[in-house]
Design a protein around this ligand. Structure first.
Ligand code: NAD
Length: 246
C-alpha cells in the first residue's frame, strides 16, 4: 500500500531528503508542513506523521496525531528529559517510532555492540573504547550515537557513568579495568564515523560504521513509516523496525 505522509519540517535538510526519496519507498508526501502552517485539516488525509523539525514543534504535532489517530515517526532531537516524558505520555494511544538515529547501519552497530559486549564483559580482559569522528562544524561531543554506544557497553558491564573516560592527557596512569574510553575527532567534512574497539592481548576487534550521506536517515524514517502503520499502539525503536531486539 502506498502511504500518505504528513511531513513536519518539510523545508529543512531532513525534510528535503525525505521528500526526494519518498517515491522509491512507496510513500507520498501529501502534507508538507513547515513553520507557520496549520496541519489540522491535512492530517486527516494522511496515514502517518513524520516529524523532523524542532524540539518545540514535536509536542503540538504529537497532540494533533493522537487526536486524528495517526501513527507517528519522530526523528527530531534536542528534547530535554521532562519534555520527552510529556511527549511519550501524550503519544500512548498511538503507535510511534522514536529514534535519535534512523540509519539502518547505525542500528545494526548498536545491535552488534550489544552482542559483543555480552561476550566481552568486564571479566573478559578486553578493553572497550569508542571513537567518533565528525565534521568541523559539529558543536556537541560525544555525538548522541557515541553516547548510546557508551551506554550499551556501560550497561552490559554494569559500570557507572564515572567509568567513562573522555579523552586522555597528562599522566592518567595505567588504564583501569573498569574504564570505557571515549574519543571525539573533529575535522573537515566527515559526515559521521563511529568505531567500537575491544582491545585484548594479541588481538583487537573493531566494529565501524561510516556515514557518507544523510539519505540513510531519510530512508530509515520512511521504512519506519511503512512499518508503524501496521503496529498496535506503543513506543517503538528503530531496532524494533529492523527486528534487531535481543
Ligand atoms: P533543519 O533546521 O534543516 O530543518 C528543520 C525544519 O523544521 C525547518 O524547515 C524549520 O522551518 C522547520 N520547523 C521549525 N519549527 C517548526 C514547526 N513548529 N512546525 C513545522 N516545522 C517547523 O534541520 P534538519 O537537519 O532537517 O534536522 C531536523 C531535526 O532532525 C533536528 O532535530 C535534527 O537533529 C534531527 N535529525 C535526526 C536524525 C535521526 O536520524 N533521528 C538525523 C538527522 C537529523
Amino acid at each position: 500500500m502506498r502511504n500518505k505522509i504528513l511531513l513536519c519540517g518539510a523545508k529543512g535538510r531532513m525534510g528535503s531528503a525525505i521528500s526526494a526519496i519518498s517515491d522509491q519507498h512507496d510513500c507520498e508526501i501529501t502534507a508538507p508542513i513547515d513553520q507557520g502552517d496549520d496541519p489540522s485539516e491535512q492530517i486527516h488525509k494522511c496515514d502517518v506523521v513524520i516529524d523532523f523539525s524542532l524540539a518545540d514543534a514535536t509536542l503540538p504535532m504529537a497532540e494533533m496525531a493522537v487526536q486524528a489517530a495517526k501513527p507517528m515517526i519522530i526523528g527530531t532531537t534536542g528534547h530535554d528529559r521532562a519534555l520527552k516524558q510529556r511527549i511519550i505520555q501524550t503519544l500512548s494511544p498511538i503507535p510511534v517510532v522514536w529514534a535519535g538515529n534512523f540509519s539502518t547501519g547505525v542500528n545494526i552497530l548498536f545491535y552488534l555492540t550489544q552482542q559483543v559486549s555480552r561476550v566481552l564483559d568486564s571479566k573478559s580482559d578486553f578493553d572497550p573504547e569508542v571513537l567518533e569522528m565528525h565534521h568541523r562544524l559539529k558543536k556537541d561531543a560525544p555525538s548522541g550515537t557515541a553516547d548510546r554506544l557508551l551506554e550499551i557497553i556501560k550497561d552490559s558491564r554494569k559500570a557507572n557513568d564515572h567509568d567513562i573516560t573522555h579523552g586522555r592527557s597528562g599522566i592518567p596512569g595505567e588504564r583501569k579495568i573498569e574504564e570505557i574510553g571515549s574519543h571525539a575527532i573533529r575535522g573537515g567534512d566527515i559526515v559521521g564515523e563511529h568505531t567500537v574497539m575491544y582491545a585484548g592481548i594479541g588481538e583487537r576487534i573493531e566494529l565501524t560504521h561510516r556515514a557518507t550521506d544523510r539519505v540513510i536517515f531519510a530512508a530509515g524514517a520512511l521504512r519506519a513509516a511503512k512499518w508503524v502503520a501496521q503496529q498496535k499502539p506503543g513506543l517503538y525503536s528503530m531496532q524494533d523496525v529492523l527486528g534487531l531486539q535481543g
